[in-house]
Ligand binder design. Structure first.
Ligand code: TYD
Length: 405
């Protein structure tokens, strides 16, 4: 039995997604070296209810120098981060010594606006390639994993921060105790830790099991973040539901007693209780829905194959590694996956080894069906690819249930 990374109580497994590769390990087609795999099993803590993986992948395996992800590939995400920066500039970062740190700053999409406003900032990320992109945008960076020692060093060199912000990063970090220890050294007395990650409530409601993969160690809820923060001497003081990435929550955490919690915190905790979000029966029902989705998706793809239809994947997302490997979808069922990320093109997807091609390959010629792996960008992609539908193409989607659009 695994122990909870927050409170050390037992973690009960509720969903086994089988052997999985690293979700961002795109390899060259002729690479026959053994591929790293691990058991992707999710559980819930008996005591604090934190949903977490039972097996941890070493961080150096996941977040390498050549981490193939760039925030700025999505226009919607770029707009989201510009709005986030504007909000910090308007509401929090006042005065000459204002200072914001972004953990997992990636290519600097958010901090670019902060830098342009002349406000002190630091982007911290372990992946050196994306940091080069951030620096080219005028962003100050430091190549490091964020933990207690990093935070102490930053505090010693740059002083205390008003805000430590992280998007799609904190759920990647199993050692939250060290993160909070670092925050205690780094934040001003009334400073805030603001982070946004996929929301357990949305994952369960949408059966979006593909939010579960090596990098997503935790699947947060208001209740579990509230408990975790209190374990480490902090307090959840605000929550905001976000529509990005298939449904996220932005959590604001402060030192215990430093700021009054907003009504939104009590409301979201109450909503989670009313829908029994953390109850074992709810999580078991989610697991059953995941298995049913898998069967429906594989059944549809096999039928289309029998009928001689062509199916191409859209978006070689990290999430799609869970879908293809859990469902057993290979290049026999999905000919290739198109993706805008140059580092992924010409390679094959992790585990399933489906070729990745540039977006131009999508229309050359259009397939009969496109399996929308990047479903969190559905509106943006469907608007951009409207000619596919005009040409008779159909979208296959599997969130919240398998359907053809
Ligand atoms: P993302 O949404 O960040 O999902 P994950 O965290 O699961 O990787 O990744 C989006 C992927 O989809 C990324 O590889 C780029 C690709 N993509 C396209 O190919 N075309 C598009 O229009 C968009 C928005 C994304």
């Amino acid at each position: 039995m695994a122990s909870c990374r927050i409170c050390s109580a037992d973690v009960q497994p509720f969903l086994d997604l089988g052997r999985q590769p690293l979700s961002d390990a795109f390899r060259l087609p002729d690479d026959t070296s053994p591929e790293f795999t691990f058991d992707l099993v999710v559980g819930s803590c008996d005591s604090c209810r934190m949903v977490q993986l039972l097996h941890e992948v070493p961080r150096e395996r996941m977040f390498r120098a050549d981490y193939p992800f760039s925030t700025s590939t999505s226009a919607r995400m770029s707009a989201h981060f510009r709005a986030t920066a504007d909000q910090f500039l308007r509401e929090t970062l006042h005065g000459g010594d204002a200072f914001i740190i972004e953990v997992g700053c990636n290519d600097g999409t958010m901090l670019e606006s902060i830098a342009a406003a002349g406000v002190r900032h630091l982007g911290v990320d372990p992946s050196s390639d994306v940091l080069a992109a951030a620096r080219s945008r005028g962003v100050q960076t430091e190549a490091a994993f964020f933990e207690a020692s990093t935070a102490k060093d930053i505090a010693a060199e740059h002083g205390l921060a008003d805000v430590v912000y992280a998007a799609n990063t904190i759920c990647h970090i199993p050692y939250l105790d060290s993160v909070f220890e670092g925050l205690d050294h780094l934040l001003k007395p009334d400073g805030v830790f603001v982070f946004e990650d996929p929301y357990l409530g949305d994952v369960v409601a949408k059966t979006s099991f593909d939010q579960i993969y090596d990098e997503h160690f935790f699947l947060f809820s208001a209740r579990s973040v509230q408990t975790a923060a209190s374990v480490f001497g902090f307090e959840l003081v605000d929550v905001e539901r976000l529509g990005v990435h298939g449904g996220e929550v932005r959590y604001t955490v402060a030192r215990s007693g430093a700021r009054p919690p907003s009504v939104a915190v009590a409301d979201l905790v109450a909503e989670e209780a009313a829908r029994d979000l953390h109850a074992p029966a709810t999580l078991d029902a989610f697991a059953a829905a995941v298995a049913a989705n898998r069967d429906a998706l594989v059944g549809l793809l096999r039928l289309l194959k029998q009928e001689g239809r062509t199916v191409v994947g859209y978006g070689a997302t990290a999430k799609s590694a869970t879908v293809t490997n859990y469902c057993g979808i290979d290049r026999d069922l999905v000919t290739f996956v198109c993706d805008t990320t140059p580092e992924k093109q010409g390679r094959v997807t992790p585990g399933a080894h489906i070729p990745v091609r540039p977006p131009e390959a999508f229309a050359d010629p259009y397939p009969d069906y496109a399996l929308l792996f990047a479903w969190n960008h559905a509106d943006e992609i469907m608007a951009k690819e409207s000619r596919f539908r005009d040409a008779g193409g159909r979208w296959i989607r599997y969130v919240p249930i398998v359907h053809v659009d």
